[in-house]
Each structure stands twice: as C-alpha cells, then as structure tokens.
Design a protein around this ligand. Structure first.
Ligand SMILES: NC(=O)c1ccc[n+]([C@@H]2O[C@H](COP(=O)([O-])OP(=O)(O)OC[C@H]3O[C@@H](n4cnc5c(N)ncnc54)[C@H](O)[C@@H]3O)[C@@H](O)[C@H]2O)c1
Ligand SMILES: [Zn+2]
Ligand SMILES: [Zn+2]
Length: 382
C-alpha cells in the first residue's frame, strides 16, 4: 500500500509499505478516506520529538471505512464508515474510567504520562498512523465512532483532534459568562478554541498570532478580536491595556513548543534544546491573565522541563490546566453542535492533496505557504 514515510527531519515521502494486519483480536483494519496533517505532526517533521523512527507513518486524524475486524470486535463491522480519535485507549483502566482517555495506562509501554497516539513516534507507543491507504486500529471496540448518516466526512475528520482539542482547551479554562478569553495561536486548534469559548459563554474573545492571513481567518471564522504580536512590545501590558488593566480571565496556549516571538526562548528551546521547546506562550499566558485567572494549555511541550515563571503562578493565584485532549469524551456534544448548525468545522480546510503529494503537503503547511490553515490528504485520489 501507499503510505507516508518519515526519512528524517524535513524529509517525508509517499512510499510503498506492507499492508497492516490484524495483530490482536480487538484490532480493526481501516481503509483511510481522509487524513489531516496537524500542527503536532510538524513537531515530528521538524525532528523535535524524541524517538521518531525512520520508516514510521504519521497521521492521527483520519476517517475511513472498516475493511476487516478481529474476532473479538463487537461494535464495528466491515463497511462501517468511521472517524477515529487520535488517542488509542483501552476504555477500562483507572484513567479511562475517569474519561482521561489521553492518559490511558494500558496502551503505551514507553511512558506513564501520555497514552497511545497514532503515528506519533515511539514515545506514544510507536503505532503507525493514518496518512496511508490502510491503518491498523487497536482497541477497535473503544476508539472509533461510526459516522451518523448526516455527518459530512470533512466535518468528521476534524472531530478526530482539532475541534475536540480546541473545545477541551476552552473547557479547561472554566469560562464563566462574560469572561474575556485570550487564545494564543490562530492554527486550527486555536480557531476551534476561540469558537468554543463563545459556546461556553465568553463575553469577549481575542486571538493572538503573527500571521496576518490566519488572524484575518480567525476574525471571520470565530468573530473575535485579533492581535498581531509582531506589532506589540510587551504582550502582558498589551492585554492589560485591552482589559481595564486587570488582565484576561482566561488565557489559552494553542501554540506549544515551537512558539516564535522570543529569541532567547527560541534559542534555548528549539535550537539548543536546553529546554523542551520555547515556553514563550506559556509566559505570555501566565503574565497576561488576571490574578485568580485560569491558564489552559493544549499546545504540546516535550516531556523533560521548561523554564516557566512559576512564582507568578503562585503569587497571582492562578489555576493551570493542561492535557492532550480526550477526544471521545467530547464527541456526542460536538456532533450535536454540528448538527444544530452552530459550527461547521470543515470551513478550516484550505488544502487537499493526494497521498502521493504528502511531501509537498508537509512543506506547504509547515512553512505556512499559500494561506494554508488545514491540509487534508486523500489516499483515494491516486
Ligand atoms: N493537546 C492536544 O491534544 C493537542 C492536539 C492537537 C494539537 N495540539 C498542539 O496544539 C498546537 C497548535 O496546533 P495547530 O494544529 O493549531 O498548529 P499550527 O502550527 O497550525 O498553528 C500554530 C500557530 O501558532 C502561531 N504562533 C507561533 N508563535 C506564536 C506566539 N508566540 N503567539 C501566538 N501564536 C503563535 C503560529 O503562527 C501558528 O499560526 C501545537 O503545539 C499542537 O502540537 C495539541
Ligand atoms: Zn492532531
Ligand atoms: Zn485505559
């Protein structure tokens, strides 16, 4: 089959690979129909995630058609159209019982922090991902959701990560009616966080980025105010000026380890790797939020440590919440929002590529060329 193949930093290509097989009675094999590239894939592509092995197939945001199921699978059958959350999880462990599916204890022998993720290096279990014609889906009774007949597949593929992650970012901010919410990052995750903030009763939503085309998109898609950080001297003071000198009620980090905007952070976090990514946005969140406010972090950081102003967190009395999203927990509500016409997630899809063009797709998305917001790979186009 054809599959995306990692060859090393900034080098990916489409290549032939052995078809996946049922390895466990609860596996399914899914024929992929849509597969997005995520901002998280860029950390892999840039060589920033430890133990990313040559030959791995990335891709944790995909929809498809069930091709085959293992003997113990009861909830899926051949021919079902499914969306598959990016988390691989068992559904029965201590953490899954608390609906912390992203922290499942049974699916990632490499770590005790994060659970399993499709196509996301051996630090999340070493599973091959869905930027391929076929993918093995472990725990097939638990993860995949059969598509309701009226759900558009372009909307469905955004329910595998970007929309639920943005939604969980807003949820972890514990937004109260009328709150001012600042979202750092106008990528797909930030856009959905901004949109979700309104659904949760925000009174004001401000999105920060430096790419004009993304800010303009955010203004239209999420009806928010926008700030270009290149035009701002000091982010915390700027946000305070916008909020009667109090600061925002909630700040959301939808950027993570590859944030730009602070040379020292970038040097130590990205170039020299003395810390697990640039903590620029984390600083901005902690310093821009009001006393007693909430900081919600969904931007990805590495597993070791980062330099963060923890003293400000203590002295301001902040609440910090963070996680990889537990996608499955949010799906019933998010499908309802789509069906009620409150949001059309597929509006963020700007590019479609055949799987053969995976290398161009990564390049365009990574370099933010051609006004790219969210690219989708279509294996069936070849
Ligand atoms: N927690 C989770 O479950 C989860 C899931 C998906 C993605 N993520 C993470 O969320 C982050 C965003 O993902 P995405 O797909 O939207 O990525 P993306 O690369 O499309 O968007 C990131 C945006 O951040 C902007 N940015 C860079 N530095 C900034 C700064 N200092 N201030 C404000 N904006 C800045 C960039 O210009 C870009 O528009 C990534 O770190 C990704 O790994 C987390
Ligand atoms: Zn993703
Ligand atoms: Zn579990």
């Amino acid at each position: 089959m054809l599959a995306m193949n990692y060859r090393g930093p900034y080098r990916v290509r489409a290549a032939q690979k052995a078809e996946p097989k049922i390895e466990h009675p609860n596996d399914a094999i899914v024929r992929v129909t849509r597969s997005c590239i995520c901002g998280s894939d860029l950390h892999l592509y840039h060589g920033l995630v430890p133990d990313t092995r040559v030959g791995q197939t990335f891709g944790h945001e995909f929809t498809g058609i069930v091709e085959e199921v293992g003997p113990s699978v009861q909830n899926l059958k051949k021919g079902d159209k499914v969306l598959v959350p990016f988390n691989i999880f068992c559904g029965t462990c201590y953490f899954c019982k608390k609906e912390l599916f992203s922290n499942c204890h049974n699916v990632n022998p490499e770590a005790t922090a994060v659970g399993g993720i499709f196509g996301y290096s051996h630090t999340t279990g070493g599973y091959d991902g869905g930027q391929a014609e076929l993918v093995r889906v472990p725990m097939a009774d638990v993860g995949p959701t059969v598509l309701p007949p009226d759900l558009d597949e372009d909307d469905a593929v955004l329910l595998t990560d970007a929309f639920p992650t943005g939604y969980q970012a807003a949820e972890m901010g514990d937004i109260q009616e009328g709150d001012t919410v600042v979202v750092f990052g106008a990528g797909p995750v930030g856009l959905f966080a901004a949109k979700s903030a309104w659904l949760m009763g925000a009174g004001r939503v401000i999105v920060v980025d430096h790419l004009e085309y993304r800010l303009e998109f955010a203004r239209q898609f999420a009806q928010c105010e926008i700030v270009n950080f290149k035009e701002v001297d000091d982010m915390a003071i700027h946000i305070k000026k916008m909020t009667d000198w109090l600061g925002a009620d909630v700040c959301i980090d939808a950027v993570g380890a590859e944030a730009v905007g602070n040379a020292l952070q970038h040097l130590t976090g990205v170039k020299l790797k003395l810390q697990a990514g640039a903590a620029t946005v984390l600083h901005w969140c902690i310093n821009s939020v009001r006393k007693g406010g909430n900081v919600s972090i969904v931007g990805v950081y590495g597993p070791t440590f980062n330099m963060v102003p923890i003293g400000n967190v203590v002295n301001k009395g902040l609440t910090l919440r963070a996680n990889q999203a537990s996608v499955k927990r949010h799906l019933p509500r998010l499908i309802e929002h789509i069906q009620a016409g409150r949001i059309k997630p597929s509006e963020v899809i700007t590019h479609r590529f055949p799987l053969e063009a995976v290398s161009d797709a990564y390049h365009i998305f990574s370099s933010k060329l051609d006004n790219c917001i969210k690219p989708v790979l279509l294996p069936a186009m070849h």
